[in-house]
Ligand binder design. Structure first.
Ligand SMILES: O=C(CO)COP(=O)(O)O
Length: 129
């Protein structure tokens, strides 16, 4: 089964996430992708070949939608490029999303270095077994 991956980036990290997805576009083409609204739109613009399901923007509930998908067992990997230096009006949603990623023990990368390591494992064919 193809990997179900959620993509999110805070505003100052969006360029970095788009660059990351572009580099690994061939792998992401094999995945089922969901993203918060703005992040997903930017990913689609940069990589039109990717089929990305767009949810609401993070501050309008997108983080919570992804949290709900995690709770339902519908996400295998969360790639969330977090900006730790900017206050967010929806900080509680961000924390709740990370908490569910831990509760349900999914692979979760909160920065590019960790995301690269997860992708390296995935691209090498490791399936988490
Ligand atoms: O705010 C976000 C994550 O907390 C991301 O939402 P957008 O992708 O809509 O900017």
């Amino acid at each position: 089964m193809s990997r179900r991956i959620a993509l999110i980036a805070h505003d100052l990290k969006k360029d970095d996430l788009v660059a990351f997805v572009s580099v690994h576009a061939a792998f992401f083409e094999t995945c089922s992708l969901v993203a918060t609204g703005t992040t997903g739109s930017l990913v689609k613009a940069a990589c039109p070949q990717l089929d990305v399901t767009l949810l609401k923007s993070g501050p309008l509930g997108g983080d919570q939608q992804i949290g709900a998908l995690i709770a339902e067992g519908a996400i295998d990997i969360l790639i969330f490029f977090v900006d730790p230096l900017t206050p967010m009006p929806h900080d509680v949603d961000v924390k709740a999303l990370m908490r569910l990623g831990i509760v349900y023990d999914i692979a979760m990368a909160l920065n590019r270095a960790s995301a690269e390591m997860i992708l390296r494992s995935e691209e090498a064919g490791w399936n988490g077994a």
